[in-house]
Design a protein around this ligand. Structure first.
Ligand SMILES: Cc1cc2nc3c(=O)[nH]c(=O)nc-3n(C[C@H](O)[C@H](O)[C@H](O)COP(=O)(O)OP(=O)(O)OC[C@H]3O[C@@H](n4cnc5c(N)ncnc54)[C@H](O)[C@@H]3O)c2cc1C
Ligand code: FES
Length: 290
């Protein structure tokens, strides 16, 4: 088997398929979840990886858009088969995808990117803002051991999901996390639900409750200023933090260099790394945010 730590590995596992939409439903204001059948991809996807998606038989947009695997579900035989993607209606693709009906088709290729490396810890803290919750449902299921992704899973005695949005009607999928029985903490900018404030407040609370000597891992996805702030809080407390970047992408497979991000190298200098093949998950301390 190819070395999963080598960037080539990620696209080598990818398949391209035309998949049939089974369901496309509203999850929150401006946020939808599309479900399609693609067993070949569902079988090999890992938490934190992504796929590229375009609408079959449409020329606009011509290229795909990167979207995280939100959930992977079995078919009647129990084999991984259905893929859920949660998306915010934003631009060219998503404003058309929202009108797609069951039976219509999408072109998908993936899984792509490195995904989250499984790391044992006492307490896994997942921090999300905006549409940043999407890579975490699969990750939580893997840590809980309720779903297997064909690799040795890591363990965590406790999982906390800290999730923030501007208003309560923008929170999407939080009930999916609550259904897993993990510790879910919500916040809104306007105080309409949960803590009135930022996800960094929630993260600080969780860190302050940490028993002495216990280990913690933070994973984070969302708007870049939020990820930078979460990375700073984690670093202040000496807690390892990994971020999943949402850098715009064109090819998704390492060719076009449209997705580069500045990453600190071991020699102290920085270099551009491609988010699609070197990421989207990076150690937060390696990211040069500005
Ligand atoms: C690994 C990864 C996972 C993601 N997962 C999800 C997910 O699960 N759900 C979700 O909703 N979104 C996700 N995203 C973000 C999503 O891919 C983008 O929001 C995508 O652009 C939406 O497509 P669109 O055609 O609807 O919008 P677009 O027409 O692409 O426009 C969206 C906005 O981004 C800007 N933009 C687009 N491309 C570029 C570019 N190359 N340079 C600068 N600005 C640009 C546009 O000006 C516009 O403001 C993910 C991104 C990455 C990299
Ligand atoms: S999107 Fe083309 S190199 Fe990353």
């Amino acid at each position: 088997m190819a070395n999963p730590l080598h960037a080539d590995f990620y696209a080598d596992q990818a398949v391209q398929r035309t998949a049939t939409i089974i369901d496309n439903q509203k999850m929150a204001e401006g946020t939808f979840r599309v479900r399609f059948k693609c067993p070949e991809m569902a079988k090999v996807a890992l938490p934190g990886q992504f796929l590229m998606l375009r609408i079959n038989d449409r020329n606009d947009p011509l290229i795909g858009r990167p979207l995280a695997f939100y959930d992977i579900l079995p078919d009647e035989s129990g084999e991984p088969s259905l893929i859920d993607v949660m998306y915010i209606v934003k631009g060219n693709l998503t404003s058309r995808l929202v009108d797609c009906q069951p039976g219509e088709k999408v072109d998908v290729w993936g899984p792509l990117g490195n995904g989250f490396e499984p790391i044992d810890t006492d307490h896994l803290v997942m921090v999300a803002g905006g549409i940043g919750q999407t890579p975490f449902l699969c990750l939580a299921k893997e840590y809980l051991g309720t779903q297997s992704f064909g690799r040795e899973r890591a363990s965590a005695s406790k999982i906390t999901f800290c999730y923030g949005a501007r208003r309560n009607d923008l929170l999407a999928g939080e009930k999916d996390f609550e259904a897993l029985g993990i510790d879910v903490r919500l916040c809104t900018d306007d105080g309409s639900l949960g803590h009135h404030g930022l996800v960094t407040d929630l993260l600080t609370q969780v860190i302050n409750e940490r028993p002495d000597g216990s280990t913690m891992q933070v994973v984070c996805c969302g708007p870049e200023p939020m990820m930078e702030a979460v990375a700073a809080v984690s670093s202040q407390h000496g807690i390892p933090c990994r971020v999943s970047l949402e850098t715009p992408m064109a090819c998704g497979i390492g060719i076009c260099f449209s997705c580069v991000t500045k990453v600190q190298m071991d020699d102290g200098d920085w270099d551009f790394k491609r988010t699609c093949v070197d990421g989207p998950v990076f150690c937060a301390e390696k990211i040069v945010w500005h």
